[in-house]
Design a protein around this ligand. Structure first.
Ligand code: SAH
Ligand code: SF4
Ligand code: F3S
Length: 460
């Protein structure tokens, strides 16, 4: 019998990327094979609602699915994730081809639901209830994800920042049980991963909810860092207000904890931060950055920024630019504020005209380009170690570099340094270098990446 086939389309954050990978693996464990959109019998769209026009994005993805698959009802179409949570069964009315809606906690049940719906061609199903406990995803061996693995430690968020939809789409914060986290980490390491990224909407509030088992984020970090085979540990996303002394100290005490932190600032003005309900001010954020750099002087910081929050003045905006300079962010994700259903700021007065928002966003991104380039340029000449991820998508290394590495031919590979920056490096051809740790010297900074050359001793 032909295996049944599936295709997943993913929007949104790393948690969605991770959920989609799990869905694929769970379906494969049930005998499905991955296929191109046009050939798939089951199509899942995993959605995000955090920024502008998420519903339109889903509707146009559904349009593409209809076109590619003929739209004759032969294909089982599922919508999962945050827009699914937000719209629920309304999606059935908006698009007759949708037969499964699986919200944030419903995804864990989606593979079973898909089998049921294939057996009952007339049925439709909405899985949009939030569960009490962390929704453990069981029953599927996970795909071997290569040298770096993502492990979810918590779900949801209790912060209700005034602009944000996540507490509504992902629900209340639910910490996963520590033994389940450690078990999954051990599995990934046993499969050959050497880097682990711990995932959650507010990771450093781990344990501080009614499903927590008493383990704090810092204690969890220590336990994960102690697992044999782990070489690199990272986490996203922490909240500045929840960065405790233990979390800061970890950057000095845990050698495997990478010197890179994504720490969302959102805005530099104290008035705006207060209206955003971020519960820190610019002085507190700067103190935190100072404390972090005191324990880890080379710590690379990246951030998220929102431009044009309701009532943001030119002076408020200047404060954001000043904070970016003061913190020296090596990169940032920046967006114009937009109303999200349910979020408090939708009712705030003094919304900014889009032209003002866009003009500020451009100035902010121009500053970020300069800060980012300055950071990359300063890396030239430094020695570092790469975890090789795969072949380089482009030819980034100069021909003379390749010639110097070896008389035999070389190919371009891409790895990441401990700061998470992609580095291109020529390595001997005909060998799979994926997963190796390669010491290099940085020889050149490109626009968003670096070029390295292997150190003589590593070629011995
Ligand atoms: N939990 C993380 C990530 C939240 S969502 C955190 O607290 O940082 C990712 C980013 O989307 C946010 O950091 C914010 O910068 C942006 N974002 C969220 N809601 C937004 C909105 N209504 N308008 C514009 N950007 C928004
Ligand atoms: Fe949204 Fe704030 Fe929670 Fe981040 S901390 S997910 S921005 S409510
Ligand atoms: Fe988007 Fe939901 Fe993630 S809204 S950013 S997919 S938590």
């Amino acid at each position: 019998m032909q295996p049944r086939s599936y295709h997943v389309i993913t929007f949104g954050c790393q948690m969605n990327v991770h959920d989609s990978a799990w869905l694929g693996a769970a379906l494969e464990a049930r005998g499905f094979a991955r296929a191109e959109l046009a050939d798939a019998e089951v199509v899942i769209i995993n959605t995000c609602s955090v920024r502008e026009k998420p519903e339109q994005k889903v509707m146009s993805a559904l349009g593409r699915v209809r076109q590619a698959t003929g739209g004759d009802g032969r294909v089982l179409v599922a919508v999962a994730g945050c827009v699914a949570q937000q719209l629920g069964a309304e999606l059935f009315d908006r698009s007759p081809q949708v037969r499964l809606v699986a919200g944030s906690d419903g995804i864990a049940q989606a593979p079973l639901a898909i089998e049921r719906l294939l057996a009952e061609p007339q049925a439709r199903l909405a899985l949009c209830a939030f569960t009490e406990a962390f929704p453990e995803k069981e029953g599927a061996p996970r795909r071997n994800g290569g040298p770096s693995a993502l492990v979810t430690i918590m779900q949801g968020c209790d912060n209700f920042c005034a602009y944000c939809i996540v507490p509504f789409t992902r629900g209340r914060q639910k910490s996963r049980a520590t033994p389940a986290i450690l078990e999954e980490c051990r599995e990934r390491l046993a499969e050959g991963a050497s880097e682990i990224t711990l995932l959650g909407q507010n990771v450093n509030a781990f344990g501080r909810d009614k499903t927590g088992d008493g383990t704090s984020f810092f204690r969890l970090l220590e336990q994960v860092a102690a697992l044999p085979g782990l070489r690199r540990l990272r986490y996203v996303t922490p909240h500045p207000k929840d960065m405790g002394p233990g979390d800061v100290a970890a950057f000095g005490s845990l050698p495997t904890l990478c010197p890179r932190l994504h720490l969302p600032l959102q805005a530099g003005s104290d008035a705006v931060l207060a209206r955003m309900r971020r519960r820190y001010d610019s002085a507190g954020f700067l103190r935190l950055v100072e404390d972090l750099r005191a324990v880890r002087p080379d710590l690379a910081l990246s951030t998220d920024l929102i431009v044009g929050f309701p009532g943001e003045t030119e002076q408020d905006f200047q404060a954001t630019l000043d904070m970016m300079e003061a913190c020296g962010f090596m990169s940032s994700f920046s967006f114009c504020y937009s109303d999200r259903p349910g979020a408090a700021a939708t009712r705030f007065p003094d919304k900014l005209p889009p032209e003002v928002q866009h003009e500020r966003l451009q100035r902010l991104q121009a500053l970020q380009d300069r800060l980012g380039q300055r950071w990359l340029d300063a890396r030239a000449g430094q020695e570092t170690t790469l975890l090789i991820e795969g072949r380089s998508p482009r030819k980034e290394t100069a021909a003379q570099d390749r010639a110097e590495v070896s008389a035999v031919s070389c190919e371009d590979w891409q790895g990441r340094d401990p700061y998470g920056v992609p580095v291109h490096v020529p390595l001997p051809a005909g060998v799979n270098h994926t997963g190796s740790f390669i010491p290099v010297r940085i020889v050149e900074a490109k626009r968003h990446s670096l070029v390295g050359r292997t150190l003589p001793d590593s070629r011995a």
